[in-house]
Design a protein around this ligand. Structure first.
Ligand code: GMT
Length: 377
């Protein structure tokens, strides 16, 4: 098989798209491809030591003439340089805005015929695509890409309806690193967090944005607590964190809700959890749900976006309408009180992760696309 040289453009921060971009790069590098990350910072989980992975930093100085330093143009400039210096075969860009637009500009600057794969992760379409001030930019990013992928069929359909691109749009699901996300021994973690041995654990992991609807999770948890002993473990950090801490105090739940902040030991945290709550109002895929399933944790999640493609109602979890906090609580109570049901859901959760979303299947789909785009030049 021919070894490809791939330029990868992604957000370096913590978040599902960054995780997918770096895990994919790592697995492609393991297959022998040369992966070149072009970004403002080293992406999350970046493998410093892999011989097939290189990092090309984008720098921009804050010249007095700029009110806003033009990062997207600096990125395009760096993309053009790397296309030429590394003789790249293709670009894989995560997010249409701004990355696909910078990639199109970089390609033009380099006067290159390189192919561009753009992967849509959600907010570029579900939020920016609804903004009249940006919809044309999203469309431009997609039209300038050779092939665009969406992380769920729901996102693909929404993009077709909203943007109506003429270019090819295909669904390739997200995946996780099965070496990391699997049932593990949590050691003394449950006791360390102050959770009683017989207490049930409901977990939520996110970046604490409004879209995650954490107040719904807290309300639903307070209903569960009326029926059984449980703790709510809220993992992550973000703009809503302080308000959520205040809300927990206001509801007098501070003895029962644990804020852990950002953590790296997610498999251990999932190992002590009985169920995951994920009640977002928008979610193109919900990578964290897949992480939970792979660790054998059933999920109660909203019936929106790409979530029903990950959570199989009554098999590995339950789906509830947006805002239905009582229904989410009722489902959790049924599950947490029935050991046999919980055992079956846990088993099915692992089967879904291993069969529908196995990394080898998904990485092969991307690799096939890489060859196709590289060949089209
Ligand atoms: O959901 C977020 O806040 C982060 C965002 C990101 O950029 O990582 O997540 C999006 O991409 C993930 C990876 O494809 C998906 O699993 C998330 O569902 C998607 N978020 C939304 O659609 C809100």
């Amino acid at each position: 098989m021919e070894r490809l040289k791939v330029g990868v453009i992604c957000y370096p921060s913590l978040g599902g798209s960054g995780v997918v971009a770096t895990e994919l790069g790592k697995m492609m590098a393991d297959k022998g491809h040369e992966m070149h990350y072009i970004s403002s910072g080293k992406p999350f989980r970046f493998l410093d030591v892999h011989p097939n992975i290189q990092f090309h930093e984008v720098k921009i100085d804050g010249y007095a003439v700029f009110k806003y330093p033009p990062f997207d143009i600096a990125l395009a400039n760096r993309i053009a340089q790397v296309i030429e210096s590394e003789e790249l075969d293709l670009l894989h860009v995560h997010y249409a805005v701004p990355h696909a637009v910078s990639a199109a500009l970089g390609k033009d600057m380099a006067n290159s015929d390189i192919g561009i794969i753009t992967t849509l992760h959600g907010t570029d379409v579900t939020i920016l695509g609804h903004d009249p001030g940006l919809r044309n930019t999203v469309r431009y990013g997609i039209e300038k890409s050779t092939i665009t992928t969406a992380v769920s069929e729901s996102l693909r359909q929404e993009t077709l309806a909203l943007i109506g691109p003429e270019k090819e749009l295909i669904t390739i699901y997200n995946f996780i690193d099965e070496q990391k996300y699997r049932p593990v021994d949590p050691g003394t973690l449950k006791a360390d967090l102050g959770i009683g041995i017989d207490e049930k654990v409901i977990i939520h992991i996110s970046n604490f944005r409004k879209v995650k609807r954490i107040p719904d999770i807290i309300d639903s948890f307070s209903l569960v607590r009326k029926e059984l002993d449980a703790k709510l473990v809220l993992v992550g950090d973000g703009p809503e964190r302080m308000d959520m801490e205040a809300l927990v105090v206001e509801k007098n739940l501070q003895e029962h809700v644990i804020f852990t902040g950002k953590r790296d030991d997610l498999p251990e945290l999932l190992a002590i959890s009985d169920v995951m709550f994920h009640l977002s109002e928008k979610e193109a895929f919900g990578l964290v749900l897949l992480e939970a399933l792979a660790c054998g944790v059933p999920c109660i999640a909203t019936d929106i976006g790409g979530i029903p493609e990950v959570i199989d109602e009554g098999v590995n979890g339950y789906l509830v309408p947006l805002g239905a906090v009582q229904q989410a609580a009722d489902r959790a109570i049924v599950l947490l009180k029935d050991e046999a049901l919980q055992k079956s859901f846990k088993q099915q959760a692992k089967v879904t992760a291993a069969e529908k979303f196995h990394s080898s299947t998904i990485v092969d789909q991307y690799e096939k696309l890489y060859y196709e785009v590289a060949r089209r030049r």
